[in-house]
Design a protein around this ligand. Structure first.
Ligand code: HPA
Length: 269
């Protein structure tokens, strides 16, 4: 399955990026920054799952960022849509097979830590997987990675250092935090958010973790960036609405684009 998609992409583009970016809800703008683009709709790639979520585009873009070859997944699929863990991690696996060595995952997340605020960017330092599934369950393909991959530095420390430095240079405030992954699609209850805070989570979302596990399995270095699109349930006296999540995505888009443009050429791959 993944090999067929890889072969298809090889036939569509001569671009062989070593860096890929995965764009989350409402964060699709970065793809427009690339030049010399080949845009490949997911629907045209054999076996590639197509997202149903509002705010998610569905194409892979190969292009250049000031000479640096980059692949961008504009849109991803989620477990809450009913996709299997294998489908959710499909794109990551195909890109890793194509030679990608570093992946930057962006997502929309709810802020649990009270020092966060809407519109802030958080570098993911670690995660807690509460989705109840792991994409590595089942027979292990030794050609892709080990049966029991280490996850003690799932989010590269070096990449976080570089990201903090770039943020400092651009005047973009950044902090680090732990991402709790929930299955969704309902948002959390206030009691769940208090529980997540107790177990050490700073932000909460419904994506990224399966992909990060697959990337680590294949030896790809990871940077994770959460955009705090809303404060998590029960913190503010208001309901959580998907429209707010998309709205905040639109507010931070320019900052995120500026940050990614400066950051990608600095990542060591
Ligand atoms: N919870 C879970 N996922 C999210 C949230 C949230 O509050 N905001 C954006 N994605």
């Amino acid at each position: 399955m993944i090999h067929q998609a890889k072969q298809h992409l090889e036939s569509q583009t001569g671009c062989r990026p070593r860096i890929a970016v995965v764009l989350g809800s409402g964060l699709g703008a970065f793809a427009e920054e690339l030049t010399d683009c080949t845009v490949i709709p997911y629907a045209g790639i054999p076996n590639w799952p197509v997202s149903t979520a509002v705010g998610h585009a569905g194409h892979l873009v190969f292009g250049k960022l000031e000479g640096l070859e980059v692949a961008v997944m504009a849109g991803r699929v989620h477990l809450y849509e009913g996709y299997t863990p294998a489908q959710v991690t499909f794109g990551v696996r195909v890109l890793a097979l194509l030679g990608v060595k570093a992946m930057v995952f962006t997502n929309a997340a709810g802020g649990i830590n009270l020092s966060l605020s809407r519109g802030g960017l958080v570098l993911i330092s670690d995660h807690v997987n509460l989705q109840g599934v792991n994409p590595l369950v089942g027979p292990n393909d030794e050609r892709l990675g080990p049966r029991f991959p280490d996850m003690s530095e799932a989010y590269s420390r070096r990449y976080r250092e570089i990201a903090l430095q770039v943020g400092g240079e651009l005047g973009i405030p950044l902090c680090e935090g732990v991402y709790a992954a929930m299955l969704g699609p309902s948002y959390e209850t206030p009691a769940e958010i208090r529980y997540l805070r107790t177990i050490g989570a700073d932000v909460v979302g419904m994506s990224t973790v399966p992909e990060v596990i697959a990337a680590n399995h294949m030896g790809v270095r990871v940077l994770g960036i959460s955009c705090v699109t809303n404060m998590a349930a029960g913190i503010l006296p208001q309901k959580i609405q998907h429209a707010e999540v998309l709205e905040t995505g639109a507010l931070v888009r320019d900052t995120l684009v500026r940050f990614l443009k400066a950051l990608l050429p600095r990542l060591e791959v």
